[in-house]
Design a protein around this ligand. Structure first.
Ligand code: SAH
Ligand code: SF4
Ligand code: F3S
Length: 478
């Protein structure tokens, strides 16, 4: 099969941060591609973070714009897209596994197109492996190339060629692209793209490019439009939302954006992810003052040890983190704090690990994503000496999880006997007689009801029992 290499990734180039301003483009569909998907179906498998989920909604929107309809299963689709994640080795291994399965499907359905996108193709190692070991993949495109998808499909289809387009350094902002939102009441809203933090363990600044903020009016108008369509909740997305606006050269900050979005009439605003270094008083005051900004914050700490934090390039100390937590707890009484923690960073000692346990005890996080450090080729930490055994890393993860679970449970128990407001998502997975949804503090709540008209509404639920991962309650009329 012919190969069209429009561009290949380069992690070295991906590190560079050019000083030029980010261009904003308006999405337009080239007429040539108008009915490329006529009578054809697509299916997208999405892995990784909310950023990828939001991207998949744009990809689906673009595909539907050119005539594709959604297939009910990946194995039946004419076009299968894998939107991938590169954050840890096990995330990538999952993708290699899925690709292995798709090989068999494609062998039976020769005219099926397989495309792979997201963060993995941004790594040259992964793209080279895709080219050498997975020849049945038709299209490889990067995180900056989503909007070129119709062109790539056209090339792959018309020229019967394998198409690779992964750029590493650029990446503008596209406004006006169609989106197929997966939820009718809760929406992702990107406020910025990329990351300039370069935490030493992390691949994201390389796979997502430089930090680029959307213009505030574009964000505000998107939220107003969602309110008009009946949406109840938005989650503002960025790798470091507290850096919002820094690249725009104005003094309008994330806190200002929260105050402005509160005025749109949206019932609930959440955001992720916050960087402790950039979390400022204005943001905290907006959380305190704006009824729509939910009393819950995901504030990844990564480690509780000053030396490890320095080696991670996180730019704050254990005490500085605690100081911010104390302000948050004072200004927003009852706030629910959650975090991300990495154990087994290269050469982490027992004492350094214990400092992380100490911090968990001090903050009492009501939830945490905990990870074993995974070496990412091309990042500075990948070159650091690491003499800790896998066994020790797993043992630390287990010890950490025991502590985290204790506070998870306490976080749900503290609502027992209280009435909380729940935005109803749908029928509970494990009990068809229950509905479920999330409270303002982002607690998963199940309650007996078969009234499907409650889906998408905010209802009052009295919590009867807090469990580790969820709470059980009953509807109250208040
Ligand atoms: N931008 C966000 C989160 C990005 S990735 C932030 O800065 O908090 C989500 C989480 O994955 C990170 O918070 C971190 O805990 C974890 N992570 C990132 N790189 C990792 C690696 N190489 N090994 C293990 N965990 C990692
Ligand atoms: Fe990765 Fe750090 Fe950026 Fe988060 S802030 S995406 S952990 S480099
Ligand atoms: Fe994964 Fe890329 Fe998100 S590496 S976590 S999908 S930014």
């Amino acid at each position: 099969m012919a190969k069209i290499k429009l561009s290949m990734p380069n992690l070295g180039n991906a590190r560079s941060r050019l000083e030029k301003n980010t261009p904003t483009y308006h999405y337009v569909i080239n007429k040539e591609y108008n009915d490329l998907g006529k009578d054809k179906t697509y299916f997208i498998y999405t892995y990784g973070c909310q950023g990828n989920e939001a991207d998949s909604e744009v990809i689906a929107g673009i595909l539907e714009d050119i005539g594709y309809t959604r297939a009910s299963e990946g194995t039946e689709a004419d076009l299968v897209i894998l939107n991938t994640c590169a954050i840890r080795e096990n995330a990538e291994n999952r993708i290699w596994g899925v690709l292995g399965n798709l090989k068999g499907v494609k062998a039976k359905r020769k005219d099926m197109l397989i495309a792979i996108c997201g963060c993995m193709p941004q790594e040259e190692n992964a793209t080279n492996k895709l080219l050498s070991s997975y020849p049945f993949v038709d299209i490889i495109f990067g995180t900056h190339n989503i909007y070129d998808l119709p062109k790539l499909l056209y090339e792959a289809r018309e020229k019967e060629a394998k198409v690779i387009e992964v750029i590493s350094t650029e990446g503008g902002i596209y406004e006006g692209a169609p989106k197929h939102r997966e939820n009718k009441y809760k929406a992702w809203v990107n406020i910025m793209f990329g990351c300039d933090e370069f935490c030493t363990y992390c691949i994201v600044p390389y796979t997502r490019g430089k930090e680029r903020s959307r213009a505030k009016d574009d964000i505000i108008n998107e939220v107003k439009d969602l309110v008009a369509k009946g949406y109840k909740e938005v989650t503002l997305l960025g790798q470091n939302v507290n850096a919002y606006g820094k690249d725009l050269g104005t003094d309008y900050t994330f806190g200002d954006l929260l105050y402005d979005l509160d005025k749109t009439g949206i019932a609930r605003i959440r955001f992720t992810t916050s960087h402790p270094k950039d979390l400022d008083l204005k943001t905290i005051y907006a959380m305190r003052d704006c009824a729509s900004v939910m009393p819950q914050l995901h504030l990844p700490v990564q480690s509780g040890d000053d030396y490890i934090l320095k080696k991670m390039n996180r730019k704050y100390t254990h005490q500085e983190y605690l100081d911010k937590v104390n302000i948050l707890k004072k200004e927003i009484p009852g706030i629910s704090l959650t975090t991300d923690i990495i154990v087994g960073f290269p050469n982490e000692t027992e004492e350094e690990f214990v400092n992380t346990l100490k911090l968990v005890d001090e903050v009492k996080f009501e939830g945490a994503f905990t990870f074993i450090y995974s070496r990412r080729e091309g990042t500075p930490a990948a070159k650091m000496e690491d003499s800790i055994t896998e066994e020790e890393k797993h043992a630390r993860l287990d010890r950490l999880n025991v502590l985290v679970d204790k506070y998870y449970l306490e976080g749900n128990k503290r609502f027992e006997g209280k009435v909380v407001k729940v935005l109803v998502d749908g029928i509970s997975k494990n009990n068809k007689d229950n509905l479920c949804g999330y409270s303002e503090h982002l607690k998963l709540v199940h309650f007996p009801s078969k009234d499907l008209s409650l889906i998408g509404k905010i209802v009052n639920v009295k919590i009867i029992e807090g469990k580790t991962w969820f709470a059980l309650g009953e509807l109250v009329n208040e």
